[in-house]
Ligand binder design. Structure first.
Ligand SMILES: C[S@@+](CC[C@H](N)C(=O)[O-])C[C@H]1O[C@@H](n2cnc3c(N)ncnc32)[C@H](O)[C@@H]1O
Length: 270
């Protein structure tokens, strides 16, 4: 596990400097993130100030935003470079710590916080078996009433399937639908990525959690690698964002979207 994590750390080191420009502040990235916040709000878990442990925080955009919303955030990421960028780009009083998923367990940070937050597919950097072990160790440390808010990449994305279909790249139409990792190009670096369906994640959470919501994040909105295309058609993107308000309500479409959000409440101690 440690080797795999160190591997990922290096992959994202390379992407760190351009990450905000390429994803966070792209039109598609901003629209997709707004949907995450929409569902966080609907879930009700951030109605009052909470203590949040953010894992795979990247450049710290969410840590800043959640802090501005009145929550107290400790933000962590395996990548040294992501943490460096976060420290430089965000408020000086925010706490950013270099921490791998494999170290979260022993850090004592899960017990000290109330919400564990993982945005935009950080947990797709580990295999299904590792995710299962990770969630089980989190479950052992979370208290009754604590929450998980996870944004993950499912095994099928309608947009992507249509895109490859129309390009006659048949072998890629359902390329995510495998238990094996796919090498995904992140700013020129190939990052091994495992896809986890909402059903699989719910099974991993088991009876220790009550799922509050599972919703699509970008069923109608396209994947962020289509940004160059939609830069030419900003109104088309705005229209798709309107459609997202409709189709994004349908929980079943979580399994067919670019990402999905699952918010769950710890209901009992193990
Ligand atoms: C797609 S980025 C998401 C960043 C951020 N959460 C966001 O919303 O933009 C995935 C992040 O996961 C981090 N990551 C990958 N493997 C990790 C691991 N094993 N432990 C902790 N963080 C990891 C990467 O360094 C990267 O910052």
């Amino acid at each position: 596990m440690v080797n795999q994590q160190q591997h990922n750390e290096n992959h994202f080191d390379n992407a760190a400097l351009q990450y905000d420009q390429v994803f966070t502040l792209s039109s598609i990235g901003l629209f997709q993130r707004a949907r995450v916040y929409h569902w966080l709000e609907k879930s009700g878990i951030f109605k009052s100030p909470r203590k949040v442990l953010e894992i795979n925080c990247g450049t710290g955009y969410d840590a800043q935003k959640l802090t501005e919303m009145g929550h107290s955030v400790v933000a962590t990421d395996a990548s040294d470079k992501m943490i460096e960028v976060a420290k430089a780009a965000r408020s000086k009083d925010l706490q950013f710590i270099q921490l791998d998923f494999g170290q979260v367990d022993a850090s004592g940070m899960v017990e000290k916080n109330e919400v564990l937050f993982s945005n935009f597919g950080g947990l797709n950097c580990i295999s299904g078996d590792h995710l299962k072990k990770f969630l089980s160790s989190i479950s052992e440390q979370q208290k009754k009433g604590d929450h998980l808010a996870l944004v993950l990449i499912p095994k099928v994305c309608m947009w992507e399937s249509k895109y490859f279909f129309l390009r006659f790249e048949w072998s890629k139409v359902f390329r995510r639908n495998t238990k094996k990792p796919l090498n995904v190009n992140v700013d020129g670096t190939m990052v091994p990525t495992w896809y986890h369906s909402p059903k699989e994640v719910k099974t991993m959470l088991g009876k220790n959690y009550k799922v509050l919501l599972t919703k699509p994040v970008a069923f109608s909105l396209p994947p962020s690698y289509m940004e160059p295309l939609f830069k030419r058609w900003p109104n088309a993107l705005k229209f798709l964002n309107k459609l997202e308000q409709v189709f994004g309500q349908v929980s079943l479409l979580s399994a067919w979207s670019d990402h999905y959000i699952i918010v769950a409440e710890k209901v009992q101690w193990e």
